[in-house]
Design a protein around this ligand. Structure first.
Ligand SMILES: NC(=O)C1=CN([C@@H]2O[C@H](COP(=O)(O)OP(=O)(O)OC[C@H]3O[C@@H](n4cnc5c(N)ncnc54)[C@H](OP(=O)(O)O)[C@@H]3O)[C@@H](O)[C@H]2O)C=CC1
Ligand SMILES: N[C@@H](CCC(=O)N[C@@H](CSC=O)C(=O)NCC(=O)O)C(=O)O
Ligand SMILES: [Zn+2]
Ligand SMILES: [Zn+2]
Length: 379
């Protein structure tokens, strides 16, 4: 039992006070975990584009003030009554996609989307409809059920998983979102082995989709990105081809180019940009009769996708994937072990490091065009 158990902890956190505002380092009070909750000392966190998406005000679910962050790694400091899944001292990864194993979604065998805490999570609150974070008595919202931009956070017990303590948390924190999302979206999609794939967007998510397509032996992996600097990254992660759509002859659409290049279109495509026009191109680059396009990117409030319904009538499938379809409590420990065994890349994604004091610089890094993932040392 830690000597802070049952007490409120004062620590530093990066708080976003309003849409579009920078993050500010504040002293926050973190209340003890209630029943079925876990308080975690966060050691490292990645910064994902979804954090920036919400900070910027593009997220229709965005609430302020808030402590963002959902790609963290830490150690359990204390647990509330009834917690059995993790214990004090465990090395853990918080899960923005919970896994209760009891709800309709969890029991369906058809999805990783758990319904147990999603409604309160979307309101920036714990399952009892209150927040564990406050500053001078003012409640601060949680984010994605994780809030890893705080030195201590509280999560629901269904939203955390213990992992091999041998795994460096400054690396496997990235399995809390980006890399796992990409890995799952590919390995859970039957048929990729021996097939052609195009990945639109070569950030961490796109590179992960490229690496995993290569791992499962897709016959061809075409990377598409408007930033030509991403070519060397894409090839390093296993792309066989790289195309910059901005460099095509004027008037030529990327989907038409790809259909011609691949004798009718791709077997599988992935949108890893969050741009609805790219999502359309990814769908229309699919082969007639069987091509499947997966949307991974998150689009801003008010954005909608469109295509001619004929694209679907003629056998293309449009689908989406959240956290790669991965059930975190069941599958993440195995993925961490795969990383330790050298079967899954993680270290290769880390291009930038920051401390909590300059975490907001990490958001600027993300826009620099040469940042794949920035890892923040929270202590
Ligand atoms: N569904 C899920 O569960 C998850 C979704 N996401 C979402 O996935 C998306 C990708 O995340 P991440 O990899 O971190 O983001 P990045 O911004 O790092 O990567 C996106 C890449 O796409 C490139 N790009 C931009 N516009 C185009 C275009 N028109 N055509 C081709 N490429 C383009 C960008 O180039 P440039 O460098 O010039 O900007 C960049 O290289 C985000 O929307 C994020 O919110 C993330 C995690 C989980
Ligand atoms: N809140 C947004 C949607 C954000 C979103 O799509 N989140 C993804 C994960 S993105 C991670 O970096 C996700 O898993 N969604 C499923 C969910 O239940 O939230 C909006 O309202 O548009
Ligand atoms: Zn993310
Ligand atoms: Zn559930």
């Amino acid at each position: 039992m830690s000597d802070t158990a049952g007490k409120t902890i004062k620590c530093k956190a990066a708080v976003c006070w309003g849409a579009g505002e920078p993050l500010k380092i504040e002293e926050v009070e973190v209340a003890p975990p209630q029943a079925h909750e876990v308080r975690i000392r966060i050691l490292h966190t990645g910064i994902c584009h979804t954090d920036e998406y919400t900070r910027s005000g593009k997220d229709p679910e965005g609430l302020f003030p808030v402590i963002l962050g959902h790609e963290g790694g830490g150690i359990v400091e204390s647990v509330g009554e009834g917690v059995t899944g993790v214990k004090v001292g465990d090395h853990v990864i918080p899960l923005y996609t919970a896994e209760c194993r009891e709800c309709k979604f969890c029991k369906s065998g058809k999805t990783n989307l758990c319904g147990k805490v999603r409604a309160t999570q979307g309101k920036g609150l714990m399952p009892d409809n209150t927040s564990r974070f406050s500053i001078n008595g003012q409640p601060i919202h949680h984010f994605m059920g994780t809030s890893t931009f705080s030195q201590y956070t509280v999560v629901a017990d269904v939203s955390v998983v213990a992992v091999n303590p041998q795994a460096p948390l400054d690396k496997v924190c990235l399995l809390g979102c980006g890399i796992t999302t990409a890995w799952g979206a590919v390995v859970k999609q039957p048929g990729i082995t021996g097939s052609t794939v195009a990945v639109f967007g070569c950030g961490a998510i796109g590179l992960g989709a490229i690496a995993t397509s290569s791992l499962v032996k897709a016959s061809r992996v075409i990377a598409v990105d408007t930033n030509s600097d991403k070519e060397s990254w894409a090839r390093k992660f296993g792309a066989t081809d790289f195309i910059n759509p901005a460099k095509l002859p004027e008037g030529q659409k990327i989907q038409d180019y790809l259909v011609e290049l691949t004798d009718g279109g791709l077997d599988y495509t992935f949108d890893c940009t969050g741009n609805v026009h790219v999502m359309r191109a990814a769908l229309e680059a699919c082969h007639k009769g069987w091509g499947i396009s997966t949307i991974i990117g998150v689009a801003a409030a008010g954005q909608e996708i469109s295509t001619r319904p004929f694209q679907l009538v003629t056998g293309r499938t449009w689908r989406g994937s959240a956290f790669g379809g991965v059930k975190g409590r069941t599958e993440l420990p195995g993925l961490v072990d795969d990383y330790l065994a050298g079967k899954v890349k993680v270290d290769e994604y880390v291009t930038h490091h920051r401390t909590l004091a300059d975490i907001y610089e990490g958001f600027h890094d993300m826009h620099s065009g040469n940042c794949i993932r920035c890892v923040v040392d929270m202590q």
